[in-house]
Design a protein around this ligand. Structure first.
Ligand code: ADP
Ligand code: ASP
Ligand code: MG
Length: 404
């Protein structure tokens, strides 16, 4: 059986008109003798509206009810797609996570797909049906609904490709593929023909929303090639695959940027062993994701400053936790909501010296001040004033020859 998994994102199913287009794309694969498994997200904007509704009830809305609420958008999209496929004369039906079931483990809001039961879907495929499956949702061992993190229908698609040993896994979205940087932020951005899992994972984790990071981890672990392409324009997209399939690399493959970051500085912290652990333990316990961290060397051996970044939405909670923390002393606490992280990513930097210098020099020439730096083998990230993001993207894109 030649199976293809087709995933459609929010904008691709954003209106009835668009859903009709999506049904035609699906129909074309059926005509090419593929057995098609469709995975869909909710219509664009719907999940955000549902999240906002939960917040207007309470900031501490129950996490299990949150999952029931926010996963409901997928049901609507799937029934509309299946309905249109029926209209066109195909055999089709929607499948909700509990009907398959898609089994997840972990916490509400951020579960992971552990197993997908194959029997019912396989029988349905064999009978000539097109299953249209709700992305983003699953059920846990207590038979309660779960969700797998924002943007999670990408991971749903990858896991279907894994469990059904699909020939292809195609992510249909509102851009033509993965670009050197967000094409909606920089017009000069260029489509990348082929990119490694490692680079894609860094780009996604560092802000390239086009693919959800967990989905790339799952694809890498299971060696699943992913095609990312547009549901509106018929053009070759981007192939995400293993490094050894890629022959030519630029030094830098892509540039990502984040939004909604906040910087927190604790001034005059006692410089003694264990102090960083005392600061971060309660943050981690409260599921606050700390990103970049810098601690200065203390000049007098007694006190130091410690800076870290978090998401804006976690700022109030972080403030409360830090002020309540009896285990730490500091002289002052400084917050800044107006920061953004820019990262350059590329396996080429492993073997090319001088990349860091070129990045810093290019930013300096445009008078962009670097506040925090962090690096790994294949990426360099800097924290800058968020007002400079576009300028920084433009100058780095040119510096690393991505314009051509
Ligand atoms: P979907 O609803 O199809 O899942 P998303 O909104 O999650 O789509 O992701 C697509 C968006 O990702 C694009 O509209 C684009 O603005 C953004 N994006 C960010 N970085 C990149 C990048 N490097 N390449 C392509 N798109 C990117
Ligand atoms: N609808 C969900 C979200 O908006 C899942 C997805 O889009 O992949 O996060
Ligand atoms: Mg998405």
């Amino acid at each position: 059986m030649k199976i293809v998994v087709l995933k459609f994102g929010g904008t691709s199913v954003g209106s009835v008109q668009k859903i009709k287009k999506v049904a035609n794309i699906i129909g074309n694969y059926v005509k090419k003798k593929y057995k098609v498994i469709v995975v869909s997200s909710a219509m664009s904007g719907v999940t955000n509206e549902l999240v906002n509704k939960s917040r207007s009830i309470s900031r501490n809305f129950s996490e299990s009810e949150y999952d029931v609420l926010v996963s409901s958008g997928e049901q609507v999209a799937c029934s509309l797609i299946a309905g249109q496929l029926l209209n066109l004369g195909f055999k089709s039906r929607s499948w909700l996570a509990w009907q398959i079931p898609i089994l997840t483990e972990g916490k509400y809001k951020n579960s992971r797909i552990q197993k997908i039961n194959k029997n019912k879907i396989l029988n349905y495929l064999k009978s000539g049906g097109i299953p249209v499956v709700t992305g983003f949702q699953g059920v846990n061992s207590e038979n309660r609904l779960t969700t797998i993190g924002r943007g999670g229908s990408d991971a749903s698609a990858i896991m279907f490709a894994k469990f059904f040993n699909a020939d292809k896994c195609i992510i249909y979205t509102d851009v033509e593929g993965v670009f050197t940087t967000d094409p909606n932020k920089l017009k000069k951005a260029k489509k990348i023909k082929i990119i490694s899992y490692e680079e894609m994972l860094e780009m996604a984790s560092l802000g390239a929303k086009v693919m959800q990071p967990v989905s790339i981890q799952d694809a890498r672990l299971n060696r699943i090639d992913i095609e990312v392409k547009s549901s509106f324009i018929k053009k070759t997209g981007t192939l995400i695959t293993k490094r050894s399939n890629i022959f030519k690399n630029k030094i830098i493959t892509g540039i990502s940027s984040t939004q909604n970051d906040a910087k927190v500085t604790l001034v005059g912290v006692k410089d003694r062993p264990g102090v960083a652990a005392s600061i971060f333990k309660p943050l981690s316990k409260n599921s606050i994701n700390v990103d970049m961290v810098v601690q200065n060397i203390s000049a007098n051996g007694k006190e130091t400053d410690l800076t870290f970044t978090i998401k804006n939405e976690d700022l109030n909670k972080t403030k409360k936790i830090l002020f309540k923390n009896k285990e730490i002393n500091f002289r002052n606490l400084i917050f800044n909501k107006g920061v953004s992280k820019i990262s350059i990513i590329g396996v080429g930097m492993i073997t090319t010296p001088g990349v860091t210098f070129r990045m810093f020099q290019a930013l300096a020439k445009k008078n962009i001040n670097i506040q925090v730096i962090s690096t790994s083998e294949i990426k360099i990230s800097v924290l800058i004033d968020k007002r400079n993001v576009k300028k920084a993207l433009r100058v780095l894109h040119t510096e690393f020859k991505l314009d051509k």
